[in-house]
Design a protein around this ligand. Structure first.
Ligand code: NAP
Length: 247
């Protein structure tokens, strides 16, 4: 028996990295998985085929920053699977630079993709969750949203915004059986971090109490917990998955 048997889950931004690991772990735990991608079309199609070995899965090309596309996405997922139980808002980008050099576009793109995207799916999925009086929303924030980071003021603002949004939704929808939590990963080794200098990366690993960078599966396992009924009395929380880094 899987921890997510019978559940339908939507994961945004699952063509690679953390989102892909979440989609894989959810499928292994028995969930029917819907997921999105934007630019990585071939990878999205390959993931759909890969997940098919576990059960029903469907990939959708959908821009997380678009409210219109989010509305259609939620309708398409419900039309395909009959209902929806879990949304993991994972899609995210970085446009790192010092504030001195940061353009308005760098700021707006990060806020739209990372923060407004969370509003978009939550806004449109809520009517299904309210009607069935259950649902779990898991938002991928970052420890940078808790402590800030030089060179990432746009990204930190988006990830801090996710935490405020998460807590507000938990308060607003709790009485209807809907839970909303955030995960704040620390340094997770993915393509997003693969562009960084190896020396810098090693210095980060050395600073982590558990002495290693996190793997996408570390975040995915926390997501399984928050999506499953094992966490049925947990809402409005921020779970740090950071090897003890921000402690
Ligand atoms: P990644 O490898 O760059 O993957 C990002 C994913 O988001 C891709 O699947 C990408 O899809 C998708 N995406 C980007 N813009 C999108 C949009 N507008 N619409 C739909 N999908 C979009 O990044 P990652 O490291 O796995 O990060 C995943 C999440 O974890 C992000 O929210 C990130 O901020 C957060 N996080 C990461 C770390 C870390 O250390 N890696 C730490 C803390 C938090 P396409 O390629 O198809 O466009």
């Amino acid at each position: 028996m899987g921890l997510l048997d019978g559940k339908v889950a939507l994961i945004t931004g699952a063509s690679k990295g953390i989102g892909k690991a979440i989609a894989e772990r959810f499928a292994q735990e028995g969930a029917k998985v819907a997921f999105t991608y934007l630019s990585s079309v071939e990878r999205g199609q390959a993931l759909e085929a890969e997940l098919g070995q576990y059960g029903e899965a469907a990939g959708f090309r959908s821009d997380a920053s678009s409210g219109e596309q989010a509305e259609k996405l939620i309708e398409d997922v419900v039309a395909r699977f009959g209902h929806i139980d879990v949304v993991v808002n994972n899609a995210g980008i970085t446009r790192d630079t010092l504030l001195l050099r940061m353009s308005e576009e760098d700021f707006d793109q990060v806020i739209s993709t990372n923060l407004k995207s969370v509003f978009n799916t939550t806004k449109h999925v809520q009517r299904y969750f309210l009607k069935q009086r259950s649902g779990s929303i898991v938002n991928i924030s970052s420890i940078v949203g808790i402590k800030g980071n030089a060179g990432q003021s746009n990204y930190a603002a988006s990830k801090a915004g996710i935490i405020g949004f998460t807590k507000s939704v938990a308060l607003e929808l709790g009485s209807r059986g809907v839970r909303c939590n955030a995960i704040a990963p620390g340094f997770i080794e993915t393509e997003m971090t693969g562009v960084l200098d190896e020396k810098v990366v090693q210095s980060w690993r050395d600073a982590i109490p558990l002495k290693r960078g996190g793997q996408p599966e570390d975040v995915a396992n926390a997501c399984v917990f928050l999506a499953s009924d094992l966490s049925s009395y947990i809402s409005g929380q921020v779970l740090q998955v950071d090897g003890g880094l921000l402690t």
